[in-house]
Design a protein around this ligand. Structure first.
Ligand SMILES: Cc1cc2nc3c(=O)[nH]c(=O)nc-3n(C[C@H](O)[C@H](O)[C@H](O)COP(=O)(O)O)c2cc1C
Length: 244
């Protein structure tokens, strides 16, 4: 593999184990950076009117955005297949499939869609507990393997499984974007993942479900759990989901 591709792909991987041997500026007691850069005195500033549900069409988006937050405590309840279908569609759903690309509910640089979606399902009505891969073109699931014990996944998520009903795991397939954008791809892939996860937050909010983005996972353990080679395919992001 070309060195620049390797560096770009490594940039997309979780490096949490390396933090054990690094003292962060926060740990060294260095003051927290300002949340906002100061404005030069000569610049004129304007206050905008506060966001108001009456300015947001039917108002649904306003309440979803203002209600959204990271939720890490879930009830033992499961979710229905219809709820699952809506969540997945919000995250990666295809709206228009062309022979070589597709338009989805999320934007993607060059419509390359370099993210595969894996789901660990613990409690979805009438689905066996196990690891699944989403098939976006069919809006279907492939069962990778049945598995009811979430212990290995919990370890791979650095104990952030939180007894969820299911877990979304985004997997990078970088070549889909590298094929077109070469060494400029990796930043784009990271941006694609952010859009997709935000849709999950909003879709969960609309169904009374909770989720929390997880970037602090163990790369090797999660790749092994998913059966990925860690080069052409590797975990990028995760999000447990459950009833709140
Ligand atoms: C890229 C990214 C990675 C994150 N990783 C974790 C994580 O590993 N564990 C966790 O508990 N929260 C994680 N979060 C959630 C943040 O802690 C949370 O978004 C932040 O505290 C702000 O809270 P809010 O989402 O409720 O507004 C992550 C969020 C983002 C955007």
């Amino acid at each position: 593999m070309n060195d620049e591709f390797r560096d770009g792909r490594n940039f997309l991987k979780a490096g949490w184990e390396r933090l054990d041997s690094i003292e962060t500026d926060q740990a060294r007691g260095i003051p927290v950076p300002a949340q906002e850069d100061p404005v030069a005195n000569e610049l004129r500033t304007y206050r905008l009117p506060p966001p108001d549900s009456r300015d947001s069409g039917q108002g649904a988006l306003f309440s979803l955005l203002s209600g959204r937050k990271s939720r890490r405590k879930y009830s033992p309840d499961g979710i229905s297949q219809k709820e699952l279908s809506f969540l997945i569609w919000a995250v990666q759903g295809v709206k228009e499939a062309k022979p070589k690309y597709s338009f989805r509910t999320v934007p993607s640089a060059g419509a390359r869609h370099p993210l595969d979606l894996y789901l660990y399902i613990a409690r979805v009505k009438d689905l066996a507990a196990g690891l699944y891969r989403y098939l976006p073109l069919e809006h279907g699931l492939a069962l990778v393997r049945e598995e009811s014990d979430p212990t290995a996944l919990d370890a791979a998520l650095n104990r952030q499984y939180w007894n969820a009903a299911l877990v979304f795991i985004w997997v990078a397939v970088p070549y889909r974007t590298e094929w077109r954008y070469s060494v400029a791809s990796h930043k784009l892939i990271a941006l694609d993942a952010g859009h997709s996860c935000q849709n999950l937050y909003l879709a969960c909010e609309s169904l009374g479900l909770g989720t929390c983005a997880v970037g602090a996972y163990n790369q090797d353990k999660l790749d092994r759990y998913l059966g990925l080679d860690g080069e052409e395919r590797f975990a990028l992001y995760a999000a447990p989901v459950g009833k709140i």
